[in-house]
Design a protein around this ligand. Structure first.
Ligand code: BGC
Length: 251
């Protein structure tokens, strides 16, 4: 039996692993996504088992599979693990997941996937020049996209600012942990985005991550000169961007 040929995206997060087949013409899910709890500890082998189970729920989908990972990824190998199980470092994730699932799997940094999706289909669609997409969550992820082309693994959440790793001061998890007001958090974000402005002079910042749903509470409080807007795809960005990445890796 031949399947749909649709690409599939998997968003590998700290608490949930979510996946759906993706319609790449429209930049949206082709079927409702499925979520499975992330195994604890989230070792590469345990996660590969969940991916197999997840893909098994979509018997019709047989295209390439993209997977987001919150770390540096080069040639399918994971090279950092700031907020995930340290066993990921050095893991050839493309090979592990391809072997475990029998599918053609390509791994991509989570923020890079979100950045690709926002530039292709979302808030930065059609924007030229340098767009910096940041995801504010447990850590800070970043995607540098110039004229629609991704420069991968920018890792701007780990810029050192005033002697601190930037994500340890300004991620949305820090706002929660330290119970910061929107104003106090926005002051830290101002410091962070000003640093990015100084270094890169981008045309546009796009702010993603779960907290982007509450953009009206803090975006206008960030005092910078560059245009800054909320992501449009919200929690679909990782899945859609990963599926796009996997498909373009195959071209
Ligand atoms: C990681 C990045 C990731 C970001 C968001 C950072 O700690 O180093 O690779 O994109 O968190 O998950």
């Amino acid at each position: 039996m031949s399947g749909s040929g649709l690409a599939f995206g998997i968003d590998f997060g700290g608490s949930g692993i979510k996946g759906a087949p993706v319609d790449l013409e429209a930049g949206e899910f082709a079927e409702e996504r499925v979520r499975i709890d992330t195994p604890q500890p989230a070792t590469p082998d345990a996660v590969a088992t969940v991916f197999k189970e997840l893909l098994g729920k979509f018997a019709d989908s047989d295209g390439p599979v993209g997977v987001t990972v919150p770390g540096v990824v080069k040639h399918g190998v994971v090279h950092s693990a700031a907020n995930i199980d340290k066993h990921w470092i050095g893991e050839d994730a493309d090979k592990l997941f391809t072997d475990a699932t029998g599918r053609d799997v390509h791994v991509v940094n989570d923020a890079d996937a979100a950045g690709l999706a926002e530039v292709r289909y979302g808030a930065a669609k059609g924007r030229q020049g340098l767009v910096i997409v940041t995801t504010l969550g447990t850590g800070i992820g970043s995607a540098l996209v110039y004229d629609g082309v991704l420069v991968p693994n920018s890792e701007l959440g780990h810029l050192e600012i005033d002697g601190h790793d930037a994500e340890k001061r300004a991620a949305s998890s820090v706002k929660e942990r330290e119970d910061l007001s929107w104003e106090d958090w926005a002051a830290r974000l101002t410091t962070y985005y000003r640093k990015l402005e100084d270094l890169f002079s981008p045309e546009l910042f796009v702010v993603g991550g779960g907290v982007s749903k509450k953009a009206d509470k803090f975006l206008s409080l960030i005092d910078i000169d560059t245009e800054i807007i909320a992501a449009a795809l919200e929690n679909a960005a990782g899945i859609v961007g990963a599926a796009l990445y996997a498909t373009e890796s195959n071209d």
